[in-house]
Design a protein around this ligand. Structure first.
Ligand SMILES: *Cc1c(COP(=O)(O)O)cnc(C)c1O
Length: 481
């Protein structure tokens, strides 16, 4: 399996070559040269593997279709080490359950639990594997990596819990001081591992991102201090997410002629892009539903064909903050497939047109209709009032609490659910991470998994810094022996 860039660079790379990289050299994103195709025999085999050997064995089967430069037994061991009940809370890893909703008669809506990992968000599903893959590859190369990131909450904590104690890796994670929920701050700042560094910046999330960009653009510094990232454009992260679309499908169906749909709370289009990859492989998915919050860049595209990047001023701070995006960094991958893999055109749209005008319009292009017809995409948006209402409805009818992002996914899914096509809503976080909004909706604190009892009171390890690129650089230098 070789990987190419969405912007047409001539290089063809193998999995481990792109594992530690972000963007391709021409600024594009990596994708496989062709998606492996699952025959009906293979689908039956995968169902059997999942039913008899579980999630880790399924993960190995799916990943090995894309990874041919890690010896099979090693890859298998990495999957077995990652997807355990001890780390993900249940033997099924991603159990599903039926939700009572007011969907059309005969339409069954499920919640697929992806948030029982160490940081209670779906990002653990990919990040935990990434931590093990990084350690494996860095050991093989006898190399080191310093991960520099910016987080508004979920990504940073998932990265830290995945990389803590790993050989060859340090994490330097910037976050906007005082902006994360108290629970999120406690999760990150209570980590005492020597290779984890929390840096609170006196500024907002964009300031943190600007600092990370400035450090990464200093190529000499980047090379000397082996700076890398773990953001959602990383191909390995996306690939790890493909597996739970298969696991959801096998749980919601009895035989391989059935179809299901997925509703995905979306921000950077990483999660739903993994669903797109699964569908391109031949997993019987009817619809992939892109659910956004008030930051509706993606909903606007799927409705109109216009992709319009937002400025800082018109990016809303919402109660589903992990979906507050101004542009969707994985979206280029889908547009590449939509435009029949015309890399020159993708480069023109994402490099030239977006830089010059901040938008492009495919509304008049005959290919745009294929987003729905051939690729199965639908979309919708949800607001703060919708979230509150959805959280209340689910609690009243099912006695369970869902988080604000999952509520966006459910709100958009219910009216689109069809009879006889199971609708799986991906649960992207647990409600305890966003307690304030749950209290607003239900008048009570969300349940807290026992291992998180009292974490706000633990000692904190964080340094406070002004929004200064030089200060962050100096800190990195000082902590790289
Ligand atoms: C990251 C995140 C999302 C958005 O996922 P994308 O892959 O960026 O589309 C949604 N919900 C939660 C809770 C998240 O942490």
């Amino acid at each position: 399996m070789r990987y190419l860039s969405t912007r047409g660079h001539a290089d063809r790379k193998r999995f481990c070559e792109i594992l530690l990289e972000g963007l391709a050299p021409d600024g594009g994103l990596y994708l496989p040269e062709a998606y492996p195709q699952i025959s009906s025999t293979q689908l039956g085999h995968l169902r059997q593997v999942f039913k008899t050997q579980g999630y880790a064995a399924l993960a190995y089967e799916v990943l090995s279709l894309f990874i041919d430069d890690i010896p099979p037994l090693d890859l298998k061991a990495l999957c077995q080490k990652t997807y355990t009940e001890a780390i993900f809370g249940t033997p099924e890893i991603v159990p599903i359950k039926v939700l009572k909703t007011n969907a059309a008669p005969g339409a069954v809506v499920y919640l697929e639990a992806l948030s029982n990992g160490p940081t209670l968000a779906f990002k653990d599903m990919a990040m935990q594997l990434l931590g093990n893959l990084f350690e494996y590859e860095l050991t093989r190369r006898n190399a080191e990596l310093n991960i520099l990131g910016a987080t508004s909450g979920d990504t940073g904590s998932a990265a830290e819990y995945a990389m803590r104690g790993k050989k060859g890796v340090r994490v330097f994670m910037t976050s906007p001081e005082g902006r994360m929920s108290p629970f999120q701050q406690a999760q990150m700042f209570s980590l005492l591992d020597a290779n984890i560094h929390n840096i609170a910046i006196e500024g907002v999330f964009d300031d943190c991102q600007d600092i990370v960009k400035a450090v990464s653009n200093d190529l000499e510094f980047k090379r000397k201090y082996k700076i890398g990232t773990v953001n959602s454009i990383n191909w390995a992260r996306l690939l790890a997410q493909v597996v739970y679309y298969f696991a959801g499908y096998f749980q919601a169906t009895q035989h391989d002629a059935q179809k299901v749909s997925f509703s995905v709370p979306s921000g950077n289009f990483g999660n739903v892009c993994a669903g797109h990859v699964a569908r391109m492989m031949g997993l019987p998915i009817a619809q992939l539903i892109v659910a956004t919050n008030e930051n509706d860049v993606l909903d606007e595209f799927f409705r109109t064909g216009v992709y319009r990047v937002r400025g800082t001023a018109d990016t809303h701070e919402t109660s589903s903050p992990s979906m507050d995006i101004s542009k969707a960094s994985n979206f280029e991958r889908f547009v590449f497939d939509l435009l029949q893999r015309d890399a020159a055109r993708v480069k023109n749209l994402f490099h030239d047109q977006l830089n010059q005008t901040g938008r492009f319009d495919l509304g008049q292009d005959p290919l745009f209709a294929q987003a729905k017809i051939k690729f199965g995409f639908l979309s919708g948006k949800s607001t703060h009032a919708d979230r509150l209402q959805t959280i209340q409805n689910v609690f009243a009818e099912n006695h369970i609490m869902i988080d604000t992002h999952t509520a966006d996914g459910l709100k958009v899914a219910v009216p689109l659910a069809q009879p006889d096509v199971p609708m799986l809503v991906l649960e992207t976080a647990l409600p305890i991470k966003f307690a304030a909004t749950l209290v607003e909706a239900l008048g009570r604190e969300p349940d807290r998994p026992p291992k998180f009892e009292g974490i706000e009171a633990l000692p904190k390890r964080v340094v406070l810094m002004p929004k200064s690129v030089d200060a962050v650089k100096a800190y990195i230098v000082q902590h790289c022996d």
